[in-house]
Structure formats: C-alpha cells, structure tokens
Design a binder for this molecule. Structure first.
Ligand SMILES: CC(C)(COP(=O)(O)OP(=O)(O)OC[C@H]1O[C@@H](n2cnc3c(N)ncnc32)[C@H](O)[C@@H]1OP(=O)(O)O)[C@@H](O)C(=O)NCCC(=O)NCCS
Length: 470
C-alpha cells in the first residue's frame, strides 16, 4: 500500500449542484452553426450544494456578464473572509494556506491506531438517534429515497430537485467491498421518521503516483425543517469516524458550495435532446432570434448511430473495458484505480441506472472505444404538464480508434432513442474537446471537487481530473 494510503484522518461530502441552462447555445443567426454565442439567462446559480446551468457563451446584455461577474466574485472570495467554523477544524487545505507551496503533497494528518479512534458515535441533539440504513431492505431504501426525493438538491429557484431512483441508490451505495454502516441515517426518536442521511462508499483513487484508499462521501441531506442547526457537521464527523474504523483516512467528495479548499472546480454543460420540453419546463429558454421549430431542428439527431461495431457492453467485455479504462485513466492527475470488479459494478449496464456502449472492431473483434452515462432524473416542481426531467450524465468515455466527437454523438443518439430529455457532461477529462462542437450549452453552476486529509499543491484544471462522482 502506498504511504498515502496508510495515512490519516477522514472525509467528505459529496456532489451537487442542480444545473440547468439556457439552450440558446452557440448558434449562428441561421441556427445552423454550433459555435457563436447567443444570450442566456441565469435561472439558477450555485448555492447550498446545488448546481444548475445556463447555456452559453457570454454576450452582452443577456445576463451572461452577470454570470461572469458572479463567478469572478466567487473565485475572489475563495479564501477571502468567509469563516467556516466546522471546516476550519478539519484536515483539509485551508484558504489561508492558498498559494503556499511549501506544504508537501499528500496526507495532512497521519493515521492513528484504530484503537484510538472514538468508539462511540458522536452525540446528536436529544430528540434524534443514529440509524444504519440497510439499503437491501425495500422499506429502508424507500425511506432514504423519500427523504432525498423531498429534501435533496434543488436549483436556486426551486423548480427542479434531483430524484435519484431506488435502483440508483442501491447501485451507488453497494459497490465492491461496501460497508453497510457507512450508510448513516438520523431518525426522530419518538416517531422513527428518517430526517437526515449521509453515505460513504470505499474507492481506490490514484492521486499522481499514489493509489489511496478513500471514502467517496455523498447524499448528505438534512430534512428541510431541520436546516441550519449544525447537524451536517455532526453527520460528517460520524461518517468520518466510521471510515477511520475501517482504517481509511482520506475521502473524496463534491459540492456546489465553496468549502476549504477545492482540488478543482468544474462546470456542467447540457445538450438538449428534447428542447421543446426543456423550454416548456424552463430548464432552458428559447434563444434570442430563435423559434421553437428552428430550435428543434438545431438539436435534431440522426435516427441511428454512425459507428460500425457499436453495441451495449456485456459481462464478457469486463476485462477489455478494464484495460481500456486503466490505460485511459493513467493520463489524469486524479482518477479511479478500477479493477475488473469495479468495472463490472460501475459500468455494466443496469436499466435506468447506468448505460455503457463500446465499439468492437468488426474485423478484429478488438474493443477499441467505450462510452457511458448514468441516469439521474429530476422532479419538476409545480409544473402542471410535466413531473420528471429525464437526464443522462456523461460518465467515463474512452476513444482510441473512433473519433471522440463521433463516439459521443453516437451516445447522444442512443440517449435520445431512450427518451432522455437532456445529456449533461462536466468539463473533466477530454470532454472540453467535444462540448461546443456537439451543441452542449454551458451551465451556470460550478461543481467543486474536494479531498479530505489529502493536500494537492496546486489546484487542478478540470481536464486533469479523471473522476466522476455521482
Ligand atoms: C447540505 C445540508 C445537509 C447542510 O445542512 P444545513 O442544515 O444547511 O447546514 P448545517 O447548519 O447543518 O451545517 C453547516 C455547515 O455544513 C457545511 N456544509 C454545507 N453544505 C455542505 C456540503 N454540501 N458539503 C460539506 N459541508 C457542507 C457548511 O459549510 C457549514 O460548515 P462551515 O461553518 O464550516 O462552513 C442541507 O442544506 C441539505 O440537505 N441541502 C440539500 C441537499 C444538499 O445540498 N446536499 C449536499 C449535496 S453536496
């Protein structure tokens, strides 16, 4: 095991920004060319663990400058004044140390002997108690699902809320080697109602040359009626404690909020597949000088894929896909260290959870290319005509023979055939090379990636990151 993996201290909380955008992407006046700017509004901005998006290249008089100004403000405010009573006590990069390159890269605190890790759970306010959520139980899974469905990440205007399905939760929470007691709930003692949740799952993540055993922390959620009572820090400490008890001392997480201190900050991009619905539900809006029919035409995709030998991934493909991915990941500063079990779990297609496709050379039967997305719908709040937005999220893609642009365009076609309304992608890995060309619009939220108890000397560019958290 690497030195880093032996080192100390715990975690963090993941994901999250509700992202939404404005479709009027990158089109010429005639609506045919995907590369000039057009206006957009800013339907939601990141705050409190949300993301959102707003398509476009900035242009004057359309709100884009506001977005830019806000982003500049956000960047400037990193490390500038805002106190973090909890995070300042944790082994994470602190804003005051930004720019100080004298600290060594790697673990911030060394591990302690397991016997010295606090053996009892942290105290909760009197009315509440800890519960381990057995996600195998249909009843408990439904409780977690309902808590998240009603209280998880929303956009700033409260029009959309992430709606992770039960199958998705079972998948996300039970990867190889998972720990049941890292699925942590808080109940009201009297009624037993589940009012908060946080989870960790184990992962091996490589940072430069070190493969580090980490927890990926996600699904932090406190019931709306219990917010701002400092429950989140207790939950974070409790998941950290349980991770330590398994002799793991690092974690990876994402959030829409700025905390000390992001390893990198990414943006979501959105590719309309069903522009009429997206506009009807105000996920995006009609571009200036655009009609609905021109917009529909702009985003229309061919009925079938272009790449010969493209097919769904199957169980027999696991070894080849693992080789392809491991080779691909080696070029990023931070990336998963997947073995065949991980690939089978995370990438073998599971209906309405994860879809994966590959290209098998018709001549040699070699597996040359791979692409995948996961399914995360959002509830559309208070709309009389629509209740759900069906979104696909780009996961891991590798092109060695098929041009990446063609591979992703084929994946868009496959998503469209499966009735997705929008295809989302972060600007991580090589994604930047296809986003504009394939008519993705820039979202207006930012997703910050964090490592707990692991310092990186400089912030990374999104393209140096090979990790997608759910
Ligand atoms: C995120 C959430 C659990 C925070 O709970 P809360 O009641 O708002 O905040 P609390 O009073 O309990 O705790 C505040 C502390 O938690 C931190 N915090 C808030 N959101 C956080 C996040 N997503 N990840 C890590 N820490 C977070 C705050 O920064 C603050 O610590 P600080 O003083 O060091 O800055 C709650 O707002 C929620 O459930 N939101 C909807 C779902 C969501 O956004 N989940 C997070 C997805 S990343």
């Amino acid at each position: 095991m690497s030195g880093a993996a032996r080192c100390n201290a715990a975690l963090y909380v993941n994901r999250c920004i509700f992202h939404r955008y404005n479709t009027e992407v990158l089109i010429d006046m005639d609506g045919s060319h995907p590369s000039s700017g057009s206006p957009n509004q800013n339907p939601n901005s990141e705050s409190d663990g949300k993301s959102n998006a707003n398509a476009n290249t900035p242009s004057e008089g359309d709100g884009s400058l506001e977005i830019l100004a806000r982003r500049a403000q956000e960047s400037l405010s990193i490390g500038n004044g805002k106190r973090h009573a909890f995070w300042e006590t944790q082994p994470v990069g602190q804003f005051k140390d930004l720019g100080d390159t004298s600290f060594p890269e790697g673990p911030i605190e060394l591990p302690t002997p397991i016997s010295e890790v606090k053996q009892e759970p942290y105290n909760l306010p009197n009315l509440y108690e800890w519960t381990t959520c057995d996600i195998d139980s249909e009843e408990t899974c439904a409780e977690v699902y309902n808590l998240l469905t009603n209280n998880y990440v929303e956009d700033d205007e409260n029009m959309f809320r992430f709606n992770y399905s039960k199958e998705f939760l079972r998948w996300a929470l039970r990867p190889p080697g998972y720990f049941r007691n890292w699925h942590i709930g808080v109940r009201v003692k009297a009624s037993k109602k589940l009012v908060a949740f946080i989870s960790g799952v184990p992962a091996r993540i490589r940072v430069r040359d070190e493969v580090v055993k980490m927890a990926e922390v996600n699904f932090l959620c406190v019931h709306k009626k219990l917010r701002s009572k400092r429950l989140a820090p207790v939950m974070i400490k409790e998941v950290t404690r349980r991770v330590h008890l398994e002799n793991m001392w690092q974690a990876a997480y994402t959030a829409g909020v700025v905390l000390p201190t992001p390893v990198t900050t990414c943006q979501y991009w959105h590719r309309s597949l069903n522009p009429k619905k997206l506009i009807d539900v105000q996920f995006s809006r009609l571009g200036a000088r655009m009609t609905m029919s021109r917009t529909i035409k702009l985003y229309k995709l061919p009925g079938s894929t272009a790449t010969p030998g493209m097919r769904k991934m199957e169980l027999r493909d696991v070894p080849a896909v693992t080789r392809l991915l491991r080779n691909y990941f080696s070029q990023f500063v931070v990336a998963p260290d997947f073995d065949e079990d991980d690939v089978e779990h995370w990438l073998l297609p599971t209906e309405n959870v994860v879809d994966s496709f590959l290209v098998e050379s018709p001549e040699t039967h070699e597996i040359t290319d791979f692409c995948s997305f996961y399914t995360l719908p959002s509830t559309i709040l208070g709309n009389p005509n629509y209740s759900t937005l069906k979104a696909a999220y780009s996961f891991y893609n590798v092109s060695t023979r098929t041009p990446l642009l063609q591979l992703i365009n084929d994946m868009l076609i496959l998503a469209k055939q499966r009735d997705y309304d929008v295809f989302n992608a972060l600007d991580v890995m090589h994604n930047e090379t296809f986003l504009k060309e394939l008519k993705f619009g820039l979202g207006d939220g930012q997703l910050h990636y964090y490592l707990y108890n692991y310092r990186v000397r400089h912030a990374l560019k999104p393209s140096e990151l090979g990790l997608v958290l759910l």
